[in-house]
Design a protein around this ligand. Structure first.
Ligand SMILES: N[C@@H](CCC(=O)N[C@@H](CS)C(=O)NCC(=O)O)C(=O)O
Length: 204
């Protein structure tokens, strides 16, 4: 069985979501059980000491969004786009999510609730909101013109990868009503049964 190092409070959550959508059995492994991310035990498995890491027999896979693209290709049950153009778009939106959107999306969550109150920086939160605004507007327009999904007018790995980086946004102090197609899409993605099912075998 595949082993997923990390917990649901980390980027491992998006891989657990993809595995569950694909019906692939996996075991959550908390790095706490090994003494933490920078413990000798975990560094022996993954010298960068980061999560997630997906281990499938001798294959060790890092980078959450690349893992998800691999899983969708390998266990394709409709999550991998059918056309070459759709596959390109899934990769394009995934890279967009990682490079263009994730720094501000995670940055905003950090400044509003991840960090302890004393070290939060409202000026940085404002910068992240300003950076997010044109990106959310662009994604909102794309979704509005594509039947509410990112690629091929249906739910695919592209939705998991992009929604996976925005999943903290509803908890942020940010008015999402300005992006109605984005807001509806995110709600739909986060309400999928796999979101709660992926937690069924989590124990930590
Ligand atoms: N680009 C990587 C980022 C991995 C990452 O930074 N994970 C965080 C947890 S969500 C981590 O391991 N942080 C510990 C550290 O950076 O030392 C991915 O998407 O998998």
């Amino acid at each position: 069985m595949m082993k997923l190092y990390g917990g649901p409070g980390s980027r491992a959550r998006r891989c657990a979501w993809a595995l569950t959508e694909l019906g692939v059995e996996f075991e959550w492994i908390s790095t706490n059980s090994l003494g933490g991310l920078k413990s000798d035990a975990y560094l022996a498995i993954y010298p960068l000491g980061k999560i997630p890491l997906l281990v499938d027999c001798d294959n060790k896979m890092s980078e959450s969004l690349a893992i998800n693209l691999y899983l969708a290709r390998r266990f394709d049950n409709g999550l991998w786009p059918v056309t070459d153009a759709g596959r390109y778009q899934a990769e394009q939106w995934t890279l967009w999510a990682a490079t263009e959107a994730e720094p501000s999306a995670i940055g905003l969550a950090a400044e509003q609730f991840f960090k302890d109150e004393a070290s939060r920086r409202p000026d940085r939160a404002t910068e992240h909101k300003e950076a997010l605004a044109p990106r959310l507007k662009w994604l909102d327009g794309h979704l509005a013109g594509h039947n509410g999904f990112i690629v091929e007018n249906k739910f695919t790995i592209a939705d998991i990868n992009v929604a996976g980086i925005f999943d903290y946004l509803p908890r942020c102090d940010l008015d999402l009503s300005a992006y109605p197609a984005f807001n509806a899409w995110l709600e739909t993605c986060l309400a999928r049964p796999a979101q709660s099912k992926m937690m069924e075998n989590y124990t930590d």
